[in-house]
Design a protein around this ligand. Structure first.
Ligand code: PEP
Ligand code: MG
Length: 517
């Protein structure tokens, strides 16, 4: 505990020496010092050690967890939010007691990771040469941690229930990320079948250069990325550019807000990798299942319906201004576009564009940057004709659109089957968006998970979507699927599936018509 206190004091001293330090950072750390010395906490730890014979690490962990629970149950939202500080300081002491970095993942040999769930920041630390596959008992296909895992190309199966957690370490497990199947102690025959399927998937020799249908329709195929490291990977996978940079992941593991210079460096580095190819930078999309330690958010009863995306950015305009200035400066000589997430009203877009114009004027920008919005809230779909007049492009976020249309939390495995982009209810929303975009003569892309689903690709093309943006490892398979399609055929398929009674029927219909899996 003394070491933890010295560490925290060290951070406070270094922050206090900087002229730019935000005092709230220092205040938070001062409060953390008080938590370590909290007499009730220490009393509880002593009890657990001396009366219940727990070792120090276990006693500390139990006492901290109890304290976190107490804070989380309080009525006062400010005090509730302090639970995160207790977790932080508790983790620091625990790490010192065990000699392990509890918030990082270190593996000594390659294997399959089995866990209750994964946070986005842990997912960012995964290395595909050590983590060959992941099974989580909770989670869902469109949770942000899963999306990061997809970007890394690691097969993952989510929501398998808790039974797998009790399998002994070193059990042999096999999984198929495409079908969601998991085998415990698979037979030799099963292993051989899976290995054959894996080699087929990894074989890029059959992948065409471009995404062109049999009758010559070219579809732009972009990558979804989270940082500099995967920009290069995206090009290796055959991306024509970046359709979605989830900028909130660039600085997820920091305690302090990045400076404009740091943000500029990141965007510039990615832009240089992209050269003249398009790079769409989405402004911070936090809230929901994503938090940034340096943006303090009140705890919310329904975070996915709360202060998320553009709402949060308009709430802290100075953070948005800094980000936009960095984006505009990085765009010089590059094909950068800016995109606002979680839009639900025309007023929000106008407010964000006003801030953009002010920033543009303040740095005398010569070429206006292209501005787009994510269509991921039903209200944006129904207002798409008005929104289309405000912007240069739409990008449909099917992960959120599915959860909001179907009223099914994307992180809740219990309702994961409902939050399915193949539901005709969601597909009809996509159709409505495309019609509004094309009437206003703007392009529309799909950057949610649905764009990499082989069954969905023909439907999206048939509905008139102009561009797909997918996780880099999915690019090759999507190109192969597109090269097998014919526009007149997919238009007929799209038309038919909109009339079906649910996602299952849509899946069966497309598989039957095209023989895709
Ligand atoms: C989406 O909602 O589909 C999307 C692409 O954004 P995110 O997954 O980051 O919320
Ligand atoms: Mg989204």
């Amino acid at each position: 505990m003394e070491t933890a206190k010295k560490e925290i004091q060290g951070i406070i001293d270094s922050l206090s020496n900087k002229s730019t330090t935000d005092n709230t950072q220092v205040d938070i750390l001062q409060t953390q010092l008080l938590y370590i010395e909290d007499p009730t906490l220490l009393d509880e730890v002593h009890q657990l050690i001396f009366k219940q014979n727990h070792c120090a690490a276990v006693a500390w962990k139990k006492a901290i967890e109890a304290m976190i629970n107490t804070y989380q149950e309080l009525e006062d939202s400010y005090l509730q939010a302090r639970a995160i500080d207790i977790k932080d300081v508790g983790g620091r002491v625990l790490q010192l007691l065990t000699g392990e970095n509890s918030s990082s993942l270190n593996f000594s040999q390659p294997g399959i990771l089995v866990a209750p769930d994964l946070t986005p920041s842990l997912a960012l630390q995964l290395k595909s040469n050590f983590v060959l596959g992941i099974c989580t008992s909770a989670g869902s296909v469109t949770a942000h941690s899963t999306l990061i895992v997809n970007t890394l190309g690691i097969p993952m199966v989510v929501g398998v229930g808790t039974q797998l957690l009790s399998s002994p370490t070193n059990s042999q497990i096999a999984l198929d990320g495409a079908t969601g199947e998991v085998w415990i102690e698979p037979s030799q025959t099963q292993l051989q079948e899976l290995q054959a399927k894996q080699s087929q998937t990894l074989d890029k020799s059959q992948t065409p250069q471009e995404a062109i249908t049999k009758d010559g329709r070219k579809i732009s195929l972009m990558a979804n990325i989270v940082g500099v490291a995967d920009a290069e990977f995206a090009l290796e996978c055959g991306a024509e550019g970046v359709g979605l940079l989830r900028s909130e992941f660039l600085y997820l593991d920091r305690q302090t807000q990045p400076t404009e210079a740091e943000e500029y460096e990141s965007y510039r580095a990615i832009a240089q990798i992209m050269g003249t190819r398009p790079l769409t930078i989405r402004t911070l999309d936090i809230g929901g299942d994503k938090q940034l330690p340096y943006i303090k958010q009140e705890s919310e009863a329904n975070p996915f319906l709360g202060c998320r995306g553009i709402r949060q950015s308009l709430d802290t305009p100075e953070i948005l201004q800094t980000q936009l200035r960095a984006i505009l400066r990085a765009s010089h000589g590059h094909n950068i576009k800016v995109m606002f997430p979680m839009v639900s009203s025309v007023q929000e877009v106008r407010a964000a564009k006003k801030i953009l114009t002010e920033v543009e004027n303040s740095i005398s920008v010569i070429n206006k940057i292209k501005v787009g919005i994510m269509i991921e809230v039903p209200a944006a779909v129904t207002m798409a004709n008005q929104l289309a007049k405000e912007v240069d492009f739409f990008s449909i976020g099917t992960n959120d659109l599915s959860q909001y249309v179907m009223a099914a939390d994307r992180t809740n495995s219990k309702v994961a089957n409902l939050a399915n982009g193949l539901e005709p209810a969601v597909l009809r929303m996509i159709q409505q968006t495309v019609i509004a975009a094309h009437e206003a003569e703007i392009l529309v892309s799909v950057c949610g998970q649905l764009g990499s689903n082989s069954v969905a690709v023909p439907i999206l093309l048939g509905l008139g979507v102009d561009e797909l943006s997918v996780a880099p490892p999915a690019i090759s398979i999507v190109k192969r699927v597109i090269s097998e399609l014919d526009m007149s055929e997919v238009k007929a398929i799209a038309h038919s599936v909109l009339q079906l009674d649910g996602a299952k029927s849509v899946q069966e219909y497309v598989v039957d018509k095209l023989g895709i899996r």
